[in-house]
Design a protein around this ligand. Structure first.
Ligand code: NAD
Ligand code: TYD
Length: 362
């Protein structure tokens, strides 16, 4: 059994769904269900006893310890985080709490649990920390992409809190010998992406006839990776990564934001033309830039390819087509998020049950 944190969020839910599609090894999924956690993402697992959902906060170290003693996982895959840069600008405290203190609590629980394992289990155990390329800061147009040796230079409260968590994970390996693995990935996109992030926001706003906000001049560059490719990379690192190492994961898909938005508008024009016959591009609106906006991210993903044989399966063209089609086919999921209906899931699911428990297969 593995223990996943943040498995009701965007990447975590994709990871849990793919994990159980590929193996019978059960998953304990620990999630606080913040605004970003959505159990509708896991609806297909409702009757699947291989999936145990636990509504809990990673900052609760006693609870984490209890879960580790109960389920005895062979690995922890740690996704849980506050993840949106703009929210970190408006309210950094929650980012410090979950991303730094929460990772610390989880590490403490993992250290205690790991220390009492039998030698063979100790050697097998892994703590995989999922992090971001944003810890490296920003690149100029001609700079080499971020490698594992690039110095950390985070520029937003989000990236600073992730950088701090990466340092804690590193220290638990060097100081206590905990078999940690850290992955630093570029921008993901794909199904179940919360519509506050660029790609799902643009799709939802376009279809709703709303403006498509471009921060600043729209020439900021991100390296886009299809979420399914991120999940296969994490599985591969878990399987063959060397404890104490970090692996950069990227899609070799550097795109300016404005180009991404143009691509989405053109695809929508072809697949779901506006009733007025006017291109979705007409909804583009330039808005004030994000403070401290990083200009360019790019990942050098050669280490994971060389050492673990992983490389992305999707191109940007194939991944973005799958993504757009998913959003067109799952309008109800988007509407539930926008209306807030998804937040009522817990109330709906647990209110009428006889036994008050925060743990059950869903
Ligand atoms: P997300 O915001 O969609 O999901 C985060 C999940 O964590 C949610 O389900 C939320 O309920 C849960 N959570 C938050 N605080 C918690 C707490 N205190 N205790 C338990 N659960 C809590 O995020 P995401 O985009 O899926 O990102 C997952 C991880 O991947 C994060 O660590 C993020 O930094 C990293 N990452 C994301 C991207 C990206 O492009 N989205 C890229 C690289 C790395
Ligand atoms: P986002 O999806 O928030 O990811 P991140 O900030 O982690 O890279 O944003 C991706 C890029 O799109 C980033 O450069 C900010 C920009 N952006 C806009 O131009 N408009 C928007 O409405 C949003 C949400 C983002």
């Amino acid at each position: 059994m593995i223990l996943v944190t943040g498995g009701a969020g965007f990447i975590g839910s994709n990871f849990v769904l793919e994990w159980l599609a590929q193996s019978d090894e059960p998953v304990v999924n620990v999630d606080k269900l913040t605004y970003a956690g959505n159990l509708n993402n896991l609806a297909s697992l409702r009757d699947d006893t291989r999936h145990v959902f636990v509504h809990a906060d990673i900052c609760d170290s006693d609870k984490m310890q209890e879960l580790l003693s109960t389920y005895k996982p062979t690995a922890i895959v740690h996704f849980a985080a506050e993840s949106h840069v703009d929210r970190s600008i408006h309210g950094p405290a929650e980012f410090v709490r979950t991303n730094i203190n929460g990772t610390f609590s989880l590490l403490e629980a993992a250290r205690t649990y790991w220390a009492q394992l039998a030698t063979a289990d100790k050697e097998k155990f892994r703590f995989l920390h999922v992090s971001t390329d944003e810890v490296y800061g920003t690149l100029g147009p001609d700079d080499a992409p971020f490698s594992e040796a690039t110095a950390y230079a985070p520029n937003s409260p989000y990236s600073a809190s992730k950088a701090a968590s990466d340092h804690l994970v590193r220290s638990y390996h060097h100081t206590y010998g905990l078999p940690t693995l850290t992955t630093n990935c570029s921008n993901n996109y794909g199904p179940y992406h919360f519509p506050e992030k660029l790609i799902p926001l643009i799709i939802a706003n376009a279809l709703a006839g709303k403006s498509l906000p471009i921060y600043g001049d729209g020439q900021q560059i991100r390296d886009w990776l299809y979420v399914g490719d991120h999940c296969t990379a994490i599985r591969r690192v878990l399987q063959a990564g060397k404890p104490g190492e970090t692996y950069n994961i990227g899609g070799w898909n550097e795109k300016a934001n404005l180009d991404v938005v143009h691509t989405l508008c053109d695809m929508l024009d072809a697949l779901k033309p506006n009733a007025t016959g006017v291109s979705y591009r007409n909804q583009i609106t330039y808005v004030a830039d994000r403070p401290g906006h990083d200009r360019r991210y790019a990942i050098d993903a050669r280490k994971i390819e060389r050492e673990l044989g992983w490389k992305p399966a999707e191109t940007f063209d194939s991944g973005i087509m799958k993504t757009l089609q998913w959003y067109l086919d799952n309008q109800e999921w988007v509407e539930d998020v926008q209306s807030g209906a998804y937040l009522k899931w817990l109330e709906k699911n647990y209110k009428q049950r006889d036994t008050a428990t925060d743990t059950q297969a869903i």
